[in-house]
Design a protein around this ligand. Structure first.
Ligand code: T4K
Length: 388
């Protein structure tokens, strides 16, 4: 019998930088007496991120949802947008708030990103854009989607909420598509407490986004568009600035965790991982999704999810239910049966992965998962044999 963890093991925990570093930054903010509205710490983070992404075409926001919503508004997207049902609901909410009709199409089965063939087939005279998600940080089929967008004169928008740090051939994923949104929420690999970033190809959009996140003010007496309040404050910017210095270490640790899961669960029947990404992709290891095949594993994904909680392990079923099955989107007509997305949503389980999770803890999680499979012949690893 394996003992439960004596503290909860969540699907993720935010990276907490050294407290002294945050306190030093707080002192600076206190001295400045400047808390929000384009303050000096925000300006510093903007410069750091421009260096990081190698572009000045970037705009910070108070969260990813508003960043995406304003991104769509600022680009004047309307009509129908082809998108994925296998995502966090905020992707679709951003369309809703812009009065855009979502057209849900299916995903491909390996990395769960939009299936380009399905996108192509769903285009109508009302289609104005594709809103694709680099779900779990797995890059979409960038070339195929760019080709479709070019041929049909559509805008290509990436919800890159999960993809901070992902590079393709040494180039940030931010450089693909017309616009990309990154979330800096506390649960993300890179975070600023809460926060979001838009990166974009057309530099003239910067002015528009700056207006839109500040009520549409051009100056003290002119409001030029119906904007929102979506400004990042100085505390958020401080956290973002400090966490950025630790990014490489965070990714390295999550890569090591990913490797342990893949090795330890490789022989457990019914646990499926996405294939390793091609060598030109530098992945960020932000999430650890697996699919549970009930017939092979011996119990269902939901039973496994429940049983893990008895061991104090809180995995998550990202993304179940599909967005189109939520009450507020059920009335959206589906032209595609979404067969792959439905199957994946029934089987997906995100295992814990975060900087502070020790490799011993990952081994123990693997031991527990193996022990819960009636079909597994897997023995606990030597390191944890005493706990078995
Ligand atoms: N597009 C996509 C594809 C997204 O995934 C998201 C957000 C967005 C757009 C919108 O971006 P933001 O507007 O959020 O910037 C979480 C996050 O709240 C959400 O940001 C994220 N996606 C989504 C995938 O996950 P929940 O409801 O699962 O969060 P919650 O509070 O249950 O946290 C998960 C676990 O993390 C907890 O069980 C414990 C741990 N945790 C969480 C927080 C907040 C901590 O240990 N400390 C913390 O401070 O949505």
């Amino acid at each position: 019998m394996i003992e439960p963890f004596d503290k909860p093991i969540y699907v993720t925990r935010p990276f907490m930088p050294p407290l002294e570093d945050f306190c030093d930054g707080l002192k600076e903010i206190w001295d400045n007496q400047w808390l929000t509205n384009d303050g000096p710490v925000l300006k510093r983070l903007s410069r750091q991120l421009s260096n990081y992404f190698e572009t000045d075409n970037a705009c910070l926001f108070n969260n990813g949802t508003l960043a995406l919503q304003i991104g769509l508004q600022g680009m004047g997207i309307s009509g129908e947008v082809i998108t994925t049902p296998f995502t966090f609901v905020a992707t679709t909410h951003a369309l809703y708030w812009n009065k855009i009709r979502p057209v849900f199409v299916d995903i491909e089965p390996e990395y769960y990103t939009l299936d380009p063939e399905k996108v192509d087939a769903a285009i109508t005279p009302w289609t104005t854009a594709i809103l694709a998600v680099h779900v779990f940080g797995y890059p979409c089929d960038l070339r195929a989607l760019a080709d479709i967008a070019r041929r049909h004169n559509l805008k290509l928008i990436y919800d890159a909420a999960h993809a901070f740090g992902v590079q393709i051939g040494g180039k940030s994923i931010a450089h693909f598509g017309d616009i990309s949104m990154f979330s800096f929420h506390a649960t993300k690999l890179y975070h600023s407490l809460e926060g979001g970033l838009l990166t974009f190809r057309d530099s003239s959009l910067k002015q528009t986004f700056d207006y839109l996140k500040n009520f549409g003010f051009k100056n003290q007496t002119e409001v030029v568009m119906p904007g929102s309040n979506a400004k990042m404050n100085e505390m958020q910017a401080l956290m973002g600035s400090i966490v950025l210095e630790h990014l490489d270490g965070i990714i390295e640790k999550c890569q090591a965790i990913d490797a342990v899961y893949r090795e330890r669960l490789a022989d457990v029947l019914g646990v499926r991982f996405s294939p390793l990404l091609p060598p030109e992709v530098q992945y960020n290891y932000a999430y650890m999704p697996v699919e549970i095949d009930e017939d092979e594993f011996g119990i269902s994904r939901d039973d496994l999810y429940e049983k893990l909680t008895e061991y104090n392990i809180y995995s998550r079923r990202y993304f179940y239910p599909l967005v189109c099955d939520f009450a507020c989107y059920k009335s959206v007509a589906l032209k595609d049966p979404l067969a792959v997305a439905r199957k994946v949503a029934e089987r997906i389980l995100n295992l814990p992965i975060y900087y502070d999770l020790s490799l011993d803890e990952v081994h123990k999680i693997c031991d527990i998962i193996s022990s819960l499979s009636p079909t597994a012949t897997h023995l606990p690893c030597a390191a944890n044999a005493t706990e078995a």
